[in-house]
Design a protein around this ligand. Structure first.
Ligand code: GLY
Length: 380
């Protein structure tokens, strides 16, 4: 392959690709990061930026510990990125209230509190009166809720941009509007990539292509191993800002962002790459949001959008070496948790490529070989 040589080529300039590029170039690696559109132009700019570990994941989910570790990295990442880029990722430790709008939901949430507390996690059950004391603008049609004081949120856009800029600061080259057509493979070893602009050689290629990752899997795995789940969301302005904490309700969350706007999300529609905002989707979301926070009926809508989450067939990201092609690493399938998991994914993948010993932290469950093993069984 007669082409410019890089240590690592990262395909995909979302928050995951940018975080990996940052960690690798900080360690002195020559990195090329490519995106077929603009950096952060897909789900990373559609994300709500919630750092919801306890509110999003069951405590026995294999990702739980990893997600918590990643959430804990945010204060130092925010500081680091601010020093390097001057950017504020708008980290806010405002906590979350996961509310029960029915008696049935309350039973379920109380069970979650018990599980959380049994493992010494901070989570408190609040009665309706206690919830309303903290957030008086919420509708009285609620039974109670869990307070998770340690959940926080960031600006997904600022975080992704800051990772990209910090990577560039350490020498990463970014090429936007570069479509990777193929991996260049000789004797099951990846030598580089072929793009619409020509070929690039590298020792390693990292595939951080989110919902568009199927094409890197062998045929029998392309259908459902990784698939798109569309999410619609919108942003409103209200004066004064009616809530302090992120409110997690039934099929809807409301995130008070630094700067005063409220981000409301998100719908879930599987198996579509269509990014149009549908009237059905957004009106249902608006209805749910107003049931939780009635004063939203007077809010001014600033914008609405949709993004495509990368879901996997077992709900766990795909991170680790390609089992059949040497020199290729997957870092994809983060579904609803890409922003939250971006700092830890950057560390895990960089350490793996640099051969740095690390705690397993659930790397085994994310290993891509779990799907390839199945494929071998299927084809027998
Ligand atoms: N993490 C929230 C969502 O994907 O909607």
């Amino acid at each position: 392959l007669r082409a410019k040589f890089f240590d690592v080529i990262i395909v995909g300039g979302g928050v995951i690709g940018c975080s990996i590029a940052y960690q690798l170039s900080k360690q002195g690696k020559q990195v090329l990061l490519l995106d077929r559109g603009k950096v952060g132009g897909e789900s990373s700019q559609a994300a709500a930026g919630m750092l919801g570990v306890q509110a999003e994941l069951d405590i026995d989910n294999p990702l739980y510990k990893l997600a918590k570790r990643s959430r804990n990295l945010f204060p130092s990442i925010a500081e680091e990125l601010r020093e390097i880029t001057g950017r504020d990722i708008l980290l806010q430790h405002n906590g979350m209230l996961k509310i029960a709008q029915t008696e049935e939901a309350a039973i379920h949430l109380k069970e979650i509190v018990k599980q959380q507390q049994s493992l010494n996690e901070e989570a408190t059950w609040l009665t309706k009166e206690e919830v309303l004391q903290i957030e008086p603008s919420l509708s009285e049609h609620l039974v109670g809720g869990i307070h998770f004081p340690n959940e926080s949120n960031v600006s997904a856009v600022e975080l992704t941009t800051a990772f990209a800029e910090a990577a560039v600061h350490y020498g990463t080259r970014i090429k936007e509007y570069s479509y990777v057509e193929n991996l260049v493979i000789k004797n099951d070893i990846c030598k580089g990539i072929q793009t619409n602009y020509g070929e690039y050689a590298a020792e390693h290629v990292v595939l951080a292509t989110g919902a568009w990752s199927s094409k890197w899997l062998p045929d029998p795995l392309q259908t459902n191993t990784i698939y798109p789940v569309k999410g619609e969301a919108f942003l409103v302005r209200t004066n004064p800002v009616p809530i302090k904490k992120t409110i997690f309700g039934n099929g809807c969350y409301i995130v008070p962002k630094k700067g005063g706007e409220l981000l409301i999300g998100a719908t879930m529609k599987s198996h579509t790459f269509n990014k149009e905002v549908s009237l059905g989707g957004i009106s249902e979301l608006m209805q749910k949001a107003m049931e939780i926070l009635p004063c939203l009926s007077d809010a001014e809508v600033s914008s609405m959008w949709a993004g495509i989450r990368p879901m996997t067939s077992d709900g766990i990201p795909i991170i680790g070496p390609h089992p059949e092609i040497e020199g290729v690493t997957f870092a994809t399938g983060h579904f609803r948790n890409g922003i939250l998991l971006s700092p830890i994914t950057g560390h895990l993948v960089a350490n793996q490529l640099l051969g740095i010993e690390q705690e397993q932290l659930g790397l085994d469950v994310m290993n891509p070989n779990r799907f390839f093993r199945q494929e071998m069984v299927m084809s027998k």
